[in-house]
Design a protein around this ligand. Structure first.
Ligand code: FES
Length: 135
C-alpha cells in the first residue's frame, strides 16, 4: 500500500475542468492528467505510436483520448489502445496530386510496421484542491 509521501502534487483541481486535459511532468516523464466527470486519471502523455503529445489531442465524454497525429485512441481509465492510428488520407480530403498520393502511400506502408502500444497509467489521489500522482 503506497503511503501519501509517494504521491507528488502535479496540478490544482481548478486547472483541469471536466472534459479537459493537462500536460504535466514528473521525474522527467510526460504525463497527461484528465478530468473525466470530475474524476481524475493520468497516463503517459507520449503516444504509444510515434510519441505525439496526447494532451494536444482531445478527450471524449466517455474518456477516450484521440492522438492529434494519426488518430490512435486510448481509454484514459485503463491506458488501453481502443483504436489503431489512421495511416491513409481521409476520403473527405480533396484529391492529392499523384506524386503526393504515392508519397502518402509509401509513408502509410512504412508506418503500418510501427506497433502502437497501450499507455502506462498512474495512480491519482486528490487531496483538497490538489491533484497528486504516485511517483
Ligand atoms: S503519434 Fe499518435 S497516432 Fe501516431
Amino acid at each position: 500500500m503506497p503511503n501519501s509521501e509517494s504521491y507528488v502534487e502535479v496540478a490544482k483541481i481548478d486547472e483541469i475542468p471536466p472534459g479537459k486535459m493537462k500536460h504535466v511532468e514528473l521525474d522527467g516523464k510526460d504525463i497527461v492528467v484528465c478530468n473525466l466527470n470530475s474524476k481524475f486519471y493520468a497516463m503517459d502523455d507520449r503516444c504509444g505510436h510515434m510519441n505525439a503529445l496526447l494532451s494536444m489531442g482531445n478527450i471524449s465524454n466517455d474518456g477516450v483520448v484521440t492522438c492529434p497525429f494519426h488518430g490512435a485512441r486510448f481509454d484514459v481509465t485503463t491506458g488501453k489502445k481502443v483504436k489503431e492510428p489512421v495511416l491513409t488520407p481521409s476520403q473527405q480530403m480533396e484529391p492529392l496530386p499523384k506524386t503526393w498520393q504515392n508519397y502518402m502511400e509509401h509513408v502509410g506502408q512504412l508506418m503500418s510496421h510501427i506497433k502502437t502500444y497501450d499507455q502506462k497509467t498512474y495512480e491519482v489521489q486528490v487531496e483538497g484542491n490538489r491533484i497528486k500522482i504516485r511517483a
